[in-house]
Design a protein around this ligand. Sequence first.
Ligand code: MN
Length: 719
Amino acid sequence: MNKISIQYDESRFSEKERQAIAEALEYAAAAHAGQLRASGEPYLIHPVAVAEIVAGWGLDHEAVMAALLHDVVEDTGTQLKDVEARFGPKVAQLVDGVTKLRLSSGPRPAADSPRLAASNENLRKLLLATAQDVRVIMIKLADRLHNMRTLQYLDSEHRKRIARESLDIYAPLADRLGMGQLKVELEDIGFSFYLPEEFEELSKLVHIRTKQAERYLDKVKRSVAKYLAAAGVTVLKIEGRPKHMYSIYRKLAKVDGDIDKIYDLIAVRVIVPDVAACYQALGVLHQHWRPLIYRIKDYIAVPKTNGYQSLHTTVFAEEGHITEIQIRTPEMHSSAEYGLAAHFYYAQQKAKDPGGARAGTVVPESMQWVNQLRDLQQQTAGGQEFVEGARLELFASRIFVFSPKGDLYDMPEDATPLDFAFMVHTDIGLRALGARVNGKMVPLDSRLENRDVVEIVTRREAAPSRDWLGFVATAQAKGKIRAWFRADSRSANVASGQATIEAELKAWGLKKLEDLPKGSMANALDVLHMKSVDDLLAAVGEGSLSTVAAIRRLIPDAAKPKGTKVVRRREPTGAVVVAGQKLPYQLAPCCRPVYPQPIVGYVTRGKGVTVHAKGCRNLPADRDRYASCRWEVGADSAELVLVDVELVALNRSGMLSDVTGTVARRGLDIHGLVSEHRRDDVQEINIGFGVEVPDLFALARLMHDLEKLPGVTAVRRTG
Ligand code: MN
């Protein structure tokens, strides 16, 4: 049997690296020995072909070795740890990455389902791999390309599935990596196997049209050359070639299948030496041929997100035929054809010491989305939100829209003004109220068109709606809206925590948090191991820290109210001891137990213990949550403090008895109740009284109860 060798540009690699590649080849040959491809050829030709593609793309020797070894773990008895022991962890990681990317075929998509056979799980694997090491995805793409090139050997069901997967996932991915030539090849092979009849039919149509167009095309090329030469613009190359089949097929759907409506079946491509010459050439051609204004695209100033650069224009050329012309430099051209591969290739050419620099691993500036993918992965921990977000970012066509100042924004095709708002600034997104598109007011959920001028009308305060999640098209906007709502539930907790604590502070004669003694908040945070005031407030708001506990920290001698001291011998203090401890509790409003009624506590979620009279009908049946309670009987003496309380309340019947009843239910004694009409308002009365409290918590609870009485508008401590 002839030995299979690998052909690649050896000058790019050091002696040591070439040796390592040769060893990987030998290893793969031994592992795959005896295996055959569907074509009947030795299996080894596949990994070798993949490695050659990868090497041709300019990837480093590790990637080439991993390509040679990419099927040994999956398809032979070899273990990953064997590969690692032999070739080191880096190569093993790449092999592992590619192996794990083996996509499960999943449920077959409905025949008429328009797009994306990829299950979310498959997509997740691919995207995670891209985010981790872009070489993995490039090896996978090379693997796919070789499999597509040899697809005719598979049965038709397999073919169709693989073809569709290539159209739905791999071609868009190649496109996003800027690898135009790879995308075109994957798409056209995919198209021919996935929709063979349509492919056949369209081929005939296009063939006739391009034949007819050839004479015309020659004429255009000659004119371009003549005009540019006359203007002193150097031209390196002019080529005219038909668009690839799959892109024509997709365009046909937009023009109701009328192929004559597709202007750019053939595009003329002009290669000039530099950027200045690109613009010069554009100007010259526009002097001779009138352009369709809305089809002038400056992808040099504003590259596509995959790094693609060129000037595009569509003009009424010879005999008034509509013709697309693309103008670019040789660098732009190779980047458009090979994308990330071209970048790796040049980066490695530039590296002085071949193999010394890991040139084939760093993603260029222009492909920031790969890094964004990594960010997105970290933000979302790679879960469902990640897949959703990445799907949005990767597989949508792009449009460009303008701000009123003329700034350009690159957005997915079904983006809304709200997506635009979030892209401009998070704050503008959150405060968005409506939008003016090309001067006309439109709702936030309308779809933007290419070249729209978008202005966002904002309100003063952020007021996002959960409905927004239903129509925004970008992962960015979705993420920011979600983050707002996550933060919002926190800010609601902070607000309710603050309200609770400030209500309690009234018993101390304080109104606001700011009235607390200096340093007390810092001390409290320290003791509670909390980082910020908001943390403390949120903890109270969500119920993980009781108000009493918070107050005790905030006012260290909290329990000692100032006021007239009353020492009195008492039996019960009116307080309840829950489970043997002084835990926070409340008396059940249904049965309002009083001493010496037998009582039972019920542990509620988030609200502490509710104390019911034994036998109360409202006592829930869940005995697991009962807590034993008893009335606290004071020591020999209880020290009580007389404090003054004042209420402003509606002058309604029963108001006074409600007030005294509330005090009594707390087990407290009332002194010298007075009520008087407020001078300015006969509807309201002032009620004042003294009350004996064991501590300020008792007072705070009482004031809470009083505030809840119907018609009470204010409760304050006056002395
Ligand atoms: Mn393979």
